[in-house]
Structures are given as structure tokens and as C-alpha cells.
Design a binder for this molecule. Sequence first.
Ligand SMILES: CC(C)(COP(=O)(O)OP(=O)(O)OC[C@H]1O[C@@H](n2cnc3c(N)ncnc32)[C@H](O)[C@@H]1OP(=O)(O)O)[C@@H](O)C(=O)NCCC(=O)NCCS
Length: 310
Amino acid sequence: MLFRTAVEDDLDRLLGCVVDESISWAHPERLLSFLESGNYRYDRIWLAVADDGEILARAVWWGFPDGAPLALDCLYVHPSVDDRVGLAAELLRRAHDAYGRAIEYHVFVTNGWREHPKAAAAIAWRWEAAGRAGLTEELERLRYEWTAGPVPEPSDRLVFRGEDDDEVFVEAFRRVAVGTLDFHTRQALATTDPLEQAREDVRDYRSMRGDRSWWRLAYDKSGDLVGVALPSANDGGPVAGYLGVVPEHRGHGYVDDLLGEITRVHAERGVQRIVADTDSGNVPMARAFERAGYHNFAIRLVLSANPVNA
Ligand SMILES: CC(C)(COP(=O)(O)OP(=O)(O)OC[C@H]1O[C@@H](n2cnc3c(N)ncnc32)[C@H](O)[C@@H]1OP(=O)(O)O)[C@@H](O)C(=O)NCCC(=O)NCCS
């Protein structure tokens, strides 16, 4: 057996890999469209190939066309393989060695997947393989959507202002991250200086498709900074982006005003659907989405490496 990255000549065999389990996967239509857009690349598809050329295992990573791979999107093992966990783990380990790090695995599942034996089984063996390859941290992200519901009225207690200077947003991000319940921010802050972490976040949001001019800082009537609200967009369309309240102003429901502003900014541009994700552990945020008429339509499972061991 040979472990290697894919090449163009593999396309027919790549299209022949079929996952008939209850789980998101790189099905032929997705594969072809993402190979075309550059979000998938042959050199980011790793294969375990039998001596007769048959693909025994396949791992597909997603990323921006010119950037580094960002997420493992599909893990497939041929039904004839006895030890599918062992083979998948070995394939991931080899890819991680080549990438120089273990990259997150994103799995999209429907709500209530734990009660569905097919979905639970599809996830269980992949989870084990990913864990053996270093992806030991588990996170559930709740996916919410707003679909042309009532448009919120402007806040009567906060004033929203744009700001061209990124450093002002960096400082606001730094303050908002204090005491956050967001898993990734907490993880990042375990190893990164808060100011540097805030700069990275601002850079990441700048690289998204949303317009920088939509970003807002929120102030109360006395001119005190209450939080940030960043409507944005990704390849799938408009997203809530990011919002946060500084610790001294938490517990007054300002999250509703910030989310309302984001929804309004999008809705006033004629947007019909806004998507947003939050961690299942970020209860105040999840409740705010529900109050604002956002509907929880799916779950994204994220398996990642512990940054301290990575
Ligand atoms: C999520 C967040 C915006 C909520 O803001 P908020 O305006 O304080 O929310 P609410 O007023 O509705 O809070 C509801 C309850 O949760 C508590 N709460 C809010 N944020 C909390 C936090 N980070 N840690 C612990 N408790 C928190 C509030 O004190 C309040 O408690 P109470 O009902 O006992 O008074 C805020 O925690 C925050 O900015 N977090 C960091 C950034 C973040 O997670 N953004 C979302 C990323 S998707």
C-alpha cells in the first residue's frame, strides 16, 4: 500500500469513492466544484492506494485557493478494509506530518445525531481515527440561520459607529475576549498574547468576503464602549460574523442590540438569509440567536489538536 497525495489522473477513482453513511462528505458534485474553485486541491487530498491502484482511504482538506488547508472535510475508507480506524488514522498522521500540524476536522451533522444510530456510527469511527492522529479536542458548533423574518428596530440605547482604524477594533476585540465562553478564543488565549490574538482575529475577519465598512463599534449614551458588531459574508453568503460585549457591560442583554444591528444591516441590503455559528457552550449567545428569530438548522462538529500538545 502507498500513501500519497492525489494527482489529476486520480480523478475518476476519486469520483468513485462513495460514502453512504449519514455524514457530510466530498461527494462528486462537491469534489468537482471545489476542485474547480481551488477550495480543494489535488495536493490537499491524501490517499492510501492498494497495489492494484484502488483507493483504500481518502482524506480531503478544504482551504482558500491560495492559503493553507483549513479543515479536513471528508474521511473515507473503502468498505473492504478491516481496520478502517487504523488505516484512517495512519493516513491522517502522514498528512499531518507533511503539513507540519494537525488540522481541524469539520463534520456537519443534523440536530439530534446522537439519537440516530447511523449518524452516530458514522461519526464514532472517524472520531476515533482523528483522535489517534492527534485531534483530541471536541467541540459542537450550533449553526443558526435567519431567513427574512421581521427586521429588528434600531437599538434605542446604543449608538453604532464605523471606524476606519483597525487598531481601534483590535483593542475592542481584546477587551471583548476577556472571559469569553468561545472555545477557540479561549484555546488561542492559552498560548497567544491577548493583543496579538486580537490582531489575528481582526486580520481573519478582514480576509472574509464581507465589506469592512459594515463593521461597527457600539457605545452607550454616556459614550462608553459596549461592544463590537461585525456583519460579514463567506463563500456561502451573508453571516453574522462576530459580536461581543465588553465584560463590564455584560448581563444587560446588549447582545440583543448588537445582533439586531447585524441583522438589520444585512436585511436593509435585501439579504434573505443570514447564517451564524456559535459553540454549544456559549449559552448566552445561543439564547440570543433564538430570541432574534434565528433557527438552529444543523451542527458542526469540530475536532482539533490541543494547542499545548500541537
Ligand atoms: C456572548 C455575549 C455577547 C453575551 O453578551 P451579554 O449582553 O452579556 O448577554 P446577556 O446579557 O444576554 O447575558 C445573559 C446571562 O449570561 C451571562 N453572561 C454573558 N456573558 C457571559 C460570559 N462570557 N461568561 C459568563 N456569563 C456570561 C450574563 O451575565 C447574564 O447572566 P444573568 O442572566 O445571570 O444576568 C458576551 O458574553 C460576549 O461578548 N462574549 C465574548 C464574545 C463572544 O462569545 N461572542 C460570540 C461569538 S459567536
